[in-house]
Design a protein around this ligand. Structure first.
Ligand SMILES: [Zn+2]
Ligand SMILES: [Zn+2]
Length: 286
């Protein structure tokens, strides 16, 4: 059983990888080709990880040692591969993030929640493609010819280099900027997001930047947190009223705890005041 499993994992990984490459080299402007390339290369990676874990011990390909019906998720596989006592492989944090992002991208692709640009998906492919070549060769001891034809290899390498060149150009652009705040882009994870332009100069992802209503710090709009559940909501004769204590509905992650505390303090002092008034009228009425 072990033997067939071994053949299956590696053989399947390589055949997914070859499929991925054949999609990637169809040089069309269509996004669908890149979707298929990503789907296949991520699948190839997942299988290759399992094969590497299986070589340490077959039990490591299962999520839980007691349950041999479910194989490891990609995230668990990476953790085990990096664990010095199991895989002992160096996968840098930045590679890890890229792998996980590609994996998330695959889930989005299969669930049709897809709004990424052609450039972005091409970049993701190039990242995982380069990583896989390294992984096959250094971790699964394969010769390049065992998983990709020379011709294809050259074609895709050209494409990967084109990406790299674009990234280098974006980074050079960033280096020339003065008095500009540059953040890590939420899309491509490169330090190429120019805050004042609200856009990444590499993958061209646009994101709204807004000031936190509480502290005024600039934030990605999607990072602001809704705190309206701390407000006092009431329904009075079918009409919804809300007491917001002078606060906006959102604030930045840094301000959440403080803002909620302020609201609590206001509620508390209002309550104390109400109690004092009640007491006053009670005494007066006696
Ligand atoms: Zn970007
Ligand atoms: Zn804030």
């Amino acid at each position: 059983m072990t033997k067939t499993h071994r053949l299956d994992l590696l053989k399947n990984s390589i055949s997914y990888f070859r499929e991925a490459v054949s999609y990637a080299q169809q040089d069309t402007a269509e996004t669908s080709q890149w979707k298929f390339a990503i789907l296949h290369v991520v699948q190839a990676m997942e299988l290759a990880f399992k094969e590497r874990l299986r070589r340490v011990h077959p039990v490591f390909i299962y999520e839980s040692i007691d349950k041999s019906d479910k194989t490891v998720s990609l995230r668990v596989a990476i953790t085990r591969l990096r664990n010095p006592a199991i895989g002992n492989i160096t996968i840098t944090d930045s590679d890890k993030i890229k792998i996980e992002k590609a994996y998330d991208l695959r889930s989005q692709l299969t669930h049709f929640e897809f709004d990424h640009s052609h450039e972005h998906i091409e970049l993701k492919f190039a990242e995982i493609f380069s990583f896989m070549i390294f992984f096959y060769r250094s971790q699964l001891e394969l010769e390049t010819s065992e998983f990709i034809d020379e011709n294809q290899h050259n074609n895709v390498i050209q494409l990967v280099n084109a990406r790299k060149e674009l990234l280098e150009r974006a980074q050079q652009h960033v280096a020339t900027l003065e008095n500009e705040t540059v953040w890590i882009c939420p899309e491509c994870s490169e330090v190429t997001f120019i805050v004042s332009e609200q856009q990444c100069c590499f993958c061209h992802r646009k994101e709204a930047i807004v000031d936190c209503p509480t502290c005024g710090a600039e934030n990605f709009e999607h990072d602001l947190i809704d705190i309206s559940n701390a407000f006092d909501w009431a329904i009075d004769e079918g009409r919804v009223t809300v007491e917001n204590f002078g606060m906006e509905e959102v604030c930045c992650p840094e301000c959440v705890a403080d803002t909620k505390q302020t609201i609590e303090d206001i509620k508390r002092s209002q309550y104390d005041e109400d109690m004092a008034m009640d007491e006053y009228y009670y005494q007066k009425g006696k």
